[in-house]
Design a protein around this ligand. Structure first.
Ligand code: SF4
Ligand code: MG
Length: 330
């Protein structure tokens, strides 16, 4: 089966006033049609840069991005534009992502118009079915973004992402700005949409507890690299990377109302500057079990069995071997 999205050895670095910044440093994974990969990490770990590269808002420095088997990094601008509808994004802040002067109907009709759906009647019918798919009443079609609640605005964001039958939707913290009660509704909607369309999600969050509700597999990112990737239950039951263990231990268990975590309190110590990432294992400055070698050698992401990948010298069962094949095995 061709993956909906394949990311291979992706590097995103920026030239900045403070010197070069390597935000994404050799990331590989694949997502099947109808699958959700959760991507979790603290702010500053590179997950937003990775998202922007996937939706072509930033140019990757190197590596490959394939959508339904088509390499979008090796294409001319025009061929890439043709594939752009295949990868869509749902943003954290639906208000900021919607034009405040456009009515819901126009917001949903615009991508159809821009991508060659010629007939007005056909567009109108598609807009109506998109509104229905995300649970918005037909009469809302003439409302402006500020006339909707936060949850309803996120529904419009999801409908807009669905307008052109994408293969992949990158969901960048799509519920982080919503009340806990609305979070569940939007997550349920995303699940329903996935059942109906087989769209793949890359679901990005700083909050492991949100990802737990939606992801089939979970990737943990630290300072530009994936340090662990596993099926959700495996990651939860038997995490192998000390960083993942710290993230899980930091989750409040008894009080669901308090399940949101502040970005910075997850692990002791601050996230090192991405401008000068630690040598060797990038986590060694915060790792409770680091040994001498950790400050020198960078551990490769290795297969510990059953699609469980981990980058740690001390992880039991991790075989240091090329991982590309294992990464791609869904
Ligand atoms: Fe900790 Fe060393 Fe493993 Fe890195 S490689 S996570 S520093 S034990
Ligand atoms: Mg971010």
């Amino acid at each position: 089966e061709t993956p909906a999205l394949e990311v291979r050895d992706l590097v995103v670095s920026y030239r900045t006033g403070r010197g070069p910044l390597s935000a994404v440093d050799g990331v590989s994974f694949a997502i099947r049609p109808g699958e959700t990969l959760g991507l979790v990490g603290e702010s500053g770990c590179g997950k937003s840069s990775l998202a922007k590269a996937i939706v072509q808002l930033v140019e990757p420095t190197s590596g490959a991005l394939k959508v339904e088997g088509h390499d979008i990094t090796g294409l001319t601008a025009r061929a890439r534009r043709a594939l752009r509808p295949k990868v869509q994004m749902v943003f954290q802040d639906p208000m900021g992502a919607l034009d405040p002067r456009q009515r819901a109907g126009t917001i949903l009709e615009t991508p159809l118009k821009l991508n060659g759906v010629r007939g007005k009647a056909e567009r109108r019918a598609r807009v109506a079915s998109l509104m229905e798919a995300v649970g918005l009443r037909p009469e809302f079609i003439d409302r402006l973004p500020h006339e909707f609640s936060g949850g309803q605005r996120q529904r419009i964001g999801i409908a807009r992402a669905l307008a052109l039958d994408p293969a992949v939707i990158v969901c960048d913290e799509p519920v982080s700005a919503l009340d806990v009660s609305l979070q569940a509704q939007v997550l349920n909607l995303l699940r329903k949409v996935q059942r109906e369309t087989s769209v793949a999600y890359l679901f990005i969050s700083h909050d492991l507890s949100v990802v737990e509700h939606i992801a089939d597999r979970v990737a943990i990112m630290y300072l530009g690299r994936i340090v662990e990737l596993a099926p959700r239950e495996t990651l939860w039951r038997a995490p192998l990377h000390p960083y993942t263990r710290a993230l899980i231990e930091a989750l409040p268990r008894m009080d669901p109302g308090a399940s949101r975590i502040a970005d910075k309190t997850i692990v002791g110590g601050d996230l090192p500057s991405p401008f000068a990432p630690p040598k060797g294992c990038r986590f060694h400055t915060r790792c409770p079990i680091a040994v001498g070698r950790c400050a020198i050698d960078a551990p490769a992401l290795s297969d510990a069995g059953d699609g469980h990948l981990v980058a740690c010298h001390l992880a039991p069962g991790a075989v240091a071997a090329p991982t590309a094949g294992a990464v791609l095995q869904p």
